[in-house]
Design a protein around this ligand. Structure first.
Ligand SMILES: [Zn+2]
Length: 103
């Protein structure tokens, strides 16, 4: 069962996320996908029936890691960076969020 969380940034954006893995560990802070400021977790104390726009997941390869990073951070990492981020994610749990394809 997916848990819904919200991240609020100083500009007033709300990023609604869902967990997709049972062992999900999500960070207290993320980079706001809209304005790149620091957004703070609401610790799951939010309406659980709302529609999430982002999901937490475990990237399985560099391509998935890249696809998740590019919209948020832009093209600022090289393949070595992605490789080490991937290793870190595999050992500590989901480290990335990506936009959900709403159909
Ligand atoms: Zn923002």
């Amino acid at each position: 069962m997916s848990k819904i969380n919200e991240y609020h940034c100083p500009s007033g954006h709300t990023t609604v996320t869902r967990d997709t893995e049972p062992r999900t560990v999500t960070p207290m802070f993320i980079t706001c996908p809209e304005c790149k400021k620091t957004a703070t977790s609401c610790m799951y104390q939010v309406n659980q029936s709302q529609q999430p726009t982002y999901e937490w997941f475990i990237p399985k390869n560099i391509e998935e890691m890249k696809a998740a990073c590019l919209p948020v951070y832009g093209d600022m990492f090289n393949d070595d960076d992605y490789e080490s981020m991937l290793e870190k994610t595999e050992s500590t749990g989901p480290g990335m969020y990506r936009k959900i394809d709403l159909k």
